[in-house]
Design a protein around this ligand. Structure first.
Ligand code: PSU
Ligand code: MN
Length: 304
């Protein structure tokens, strides 16, 4: 086993026994939501996974150690420190580990560490993608490259329109990543259940998701699978309201010259401010919804 990796005892026991485990990311805690809702959500999401028969493994870097499974105190620490923790993507791992520093794991590094630990399924809210204007800025999230090379299923609520959804789908197609609509033919747009874009395939049950992932893995195909699960109807937002907030946040981001890894956290925080917290409520609920589906799918996969 990787000597930089610490698997929490409960997670290690579940993996050794072939029991279902679901990975969770830590950037959503430190950079995706404000304190204290971030900590409350992170603890609740672990409970949702347990309630659906799987073991949660929140993933982070602490003191240079790659952690699969955090304690409640460690989650509180990440939530409180927030943006002061380094947001860790693939390129950040070597220096953070060598210097024994902390890092909040994005979708990219959560996939990497989940795979090192032997965890196949990961639930989150949204993924990074091709940003609007990427044809000149070249701002394309490392999450897409990771989906192209690491065999982990990522269950999300689609992509926010802070991204160029069409270009994000083109990139995923190039990388050979299946984009599955869960119970839907269209790509969900995070705060809303649909978008103008199609998913590659519609699958309707956790068993079907597990079977597709199992086939991909058995064939030894490189790369992950992206499952896009629409936000529950009662928490979905008015597209006019959320899109106005997103457009404004994107304009401010450009005007302030924000770029690189700061872009996504800036946009997420600004959207929450502009919508007076409504988008935060929706965000929290869709994460619970994804966690439940991930746990159910992990249970099915464990039987295959
Ligand atoms: N999108 C969201 N919520 C998030 C993120 C993205 O709707 O919390 C976080 C995830 O951790 C994701 C990361 O992996 O931001 C992408 O950052 P970047 O765009 O800098 O690659
Ligand atoms: Mn970027």
């Amino acid at each position: 086993m990787n000597s930089y990796l610490d698997i929490a005892p409960e997670v290690a026991e579940a993996l050794a026994a072939g029991k279902p485990v679901v990975a969770l990311e830590s950037t959503i805690i430190s950079h995706g939501m404000p304190y204290p809702q971030n900590v409350e959500t992170a603890l609740n999401v672990e409970q949702v996974i347990r309630d659906h028969g799987a073991v949660p493994a929140t993933i982070a870097i602490i003191g240079g150690r790659l952690k699969a499974g955090l304690s409640a105190d460690e989650i509180e620490y990440f939530g409180k420190k927030g943006m002061a923790i380094t947001k860790a993507s693939r390129r950040d791992l070597p220096v953070l580990v060598a210097r024994k520093e902390d890092g909040a794991c994005t979708v990219t590094t959560t996939m990497m560490i989940a795979h090192m630990a032997g965890i196949s399924i990961f639930a989150t809210g949204g993924i990074g993608g091709v940003h609007r204007g990427a044809e000149t800025t070249m701002d394309i999230s490392a999450d897409l490259e990771e989906l192209g090379q690491t065999p982990v299923m990522v269950i999300c609520a689609g992509a926010k329109s802070i991204l160029d959804l069409g270009l994000t789908l083109e990139y995923l197609e190039t990388k050979g990543v299946p984009v599955i609509g869960y119970g839907t033919e269209t790509l969900p747009a995070f705060y809303t259940r649909t978008s103008e874009f199609g998913a590659d395939y519609r699958l309707d049950t956790p068993t079907e998701l597990a079977a597709a992932f199992h086939a991909q893995r058995e064939m030894g195909l490189k790369g992950g699978m992206l499952v896009t699960n629409p936000i529950p109807e009662k928490y979905s937002m008015d597209p006019a309201v959320i899109n106005a907030a997103i457009d404004e946040a994107v304009e401010e981001c450009k005007a302030q010259g924000i770029h690189g890894k700061a872009t996504t956290p800036f946009l997420l925080a600004r959207i929450q401010e502009l919508t007076g917290g409504d988008s935060l409520d929706s965000n929290i609920q869709l994460v619970y919804n994804n966690a439940a589906l991930a746990a159910e799918t992990a249970c099915e996969l464990a039987k295959m």
